[in-house]
Design a protein around this ligand. Structure first.
Ligand code: ATP
Length: 359
């Protein structure tokens, strides 16, 4: 069914390469929606990042959180919070703030190698479902404060938090995804050492597996998993893991599949979703037109797919598929940004994809 509804989408450009890759993504989404006859998006730009500190006194002002609450979903560009002035540098960063505020508990990170993109792991097509709200990331797991403290100048302590509820809701996303894909889930943990925390993570995922008898399940320690990914990424379908392991594994998987610049992600709860590239703000190449917008564009396509499922809107699912196909065809044609071995600028690459959708 096609609803012909116009969706309100928030737009947070952020820092570094954000002001380059986010506008390129908007052009592609507009072209994709037009190509399937869907209503155009009502984009709502909102302040986030270094410019929001200067203009609004916070990298993620309350007005931005209020504005996001009245959207159907949003695109979040990267932030360079390590370069913020204090006190912002020591505080929860913009994406952590937004993920926590809206309880976006599942971070869905596909890694798929495009033929012709120079991927190390040819033929890989997997998705990492990373628990997004707790685990060993100390900035995410306390009501107030960061979960890190220093009793003396020479001793630093960080805490990790694991709850059955958070593990279970994330595992359900992973198994439902596997049902719609290759029917295989790999649980990644370190239960031989972190027995209570990641041991519970493994066990609760195994319990959820019992509701999905058609899905094959295996599990690996995080260290062994890095080896398996490098050696045989093609053998994996859905990987479910805790916050920090998922952050690290998804960078590895993204790079194996071509470049960090092609690794997308969606942060989702049951009723909200945020598209966000897996990579950071890449300050080393910011402002040079060298950034690869693929990850941001694919993240936006994931958001369209998520909206399609939530609102029963087939046109958005078709638009998402059209974006994937247009990117693959553009890359196969040899239009490549420098990280993929080509010479196209961010804008040229985005326009090539949008033009293919228009044509
Ligand atoms: P964060 O901690 O914010 O995730 P990071 O330290 O992981 O950031 P990135 O900003 O992701 O670092 O950059 C890592 C490397 O990957 C840099 O050399 C950067 O130029 C490159 N890179 C990241 N994103 C892109 C992109 N979209 N296009 C091209 N190169 C990129």
């Amino acid at each position: 069914m096609s609803t012909n509804r116009s969706y309100v989408l928030g737009l947070l450009e952020g820092d570094g390469i954000g002001p380059e890759i986010v506008p390129a993504t908007v052009g592609v989404v507009d072209a994709a929606l037009a190509s399937v006859g869907a209503a155009p998006t009502d984009w709502r730009p909102l302040p986030m990042g270094r410019s929001a500190i200067d203009g609004h006194g916070s990298p993620i002002p309350d007005t931005t959180l209020e504005g996001l609450a009245s959207t159907d979903g949003w695109l979040m560009g990267p932030h360079d919070s390590a370069a913020y002035p204090e006190p912002w540098r020591s505080r929860l960063n913009p994406s952590g703030t937004v993920r926590k505020h809206f309880q976006l508990f599942a971070n869905i990170r596909p890694a798929k190698s495009f033929p012709g993109s120079g991927a190390i792991a040819e033929g890989a097509d997997l998705v990492i479902v990373r628990e997004n709200t707790q685990g060993f990331y100390a900035d995410r797991n306390t009501f107030r404060g960061t979960g890190e403290y220093m009793p003396t100048p020479d001793v630093a302590i960080a805490s990790g938090v694991f709850t059955r509820e958070a593990i279970e809701r994330n595992a359900r996303v992973a198994f439902e995804l596997a049902e719609a894909r290759g029917k295989h889930v790999t649980i990644v943990h370190k239960a031989n050492v972190l027995q209570l925390t990641t041991g519970m993570f493994r066990d609760v995922c195994r319990e959820v597996a019992a509701d999905h008898p058609g899905v094959r399940v295996d599990d690996f320690h995080i260290d062994a998993m890095t080896v398996h990914l490098v050696r045989r990424a093609r053998d994996f379908d859905v990987i479910v893991t805790e916050n920090m392991f998922g952050d690290i594994l998804s960078d590895l998987a993204g790079e194996l599949c071509g470049s960090l610049g092609v690794a997308p992600s969606l942060n989702a709860s049951a009723d909200r979703a945020m598209a966000q590239a897996s990579h950071g703000s890449a300050p080393d190449i910011a402002g040079q037109g060298r950034a690869n917008p693929t990850a941001m564009i694919l993240s936006a396509a994931m958001l369209l797919e998520w909206l399609a499922g939530r609102h029963g809107d087939d046109a958005l699912a078709r638009a998402a598929k059209a974006v994937d196909a247009a990117i693959a065809a553009t890359i196969a044609d040899g239009v490549l940004t420098p990280d993929m071995g080509g010479t196209a600028s961010t804008g040229e690459f985005g326009e090539a994809i949008a033009n293919r959708l228009k044509g």
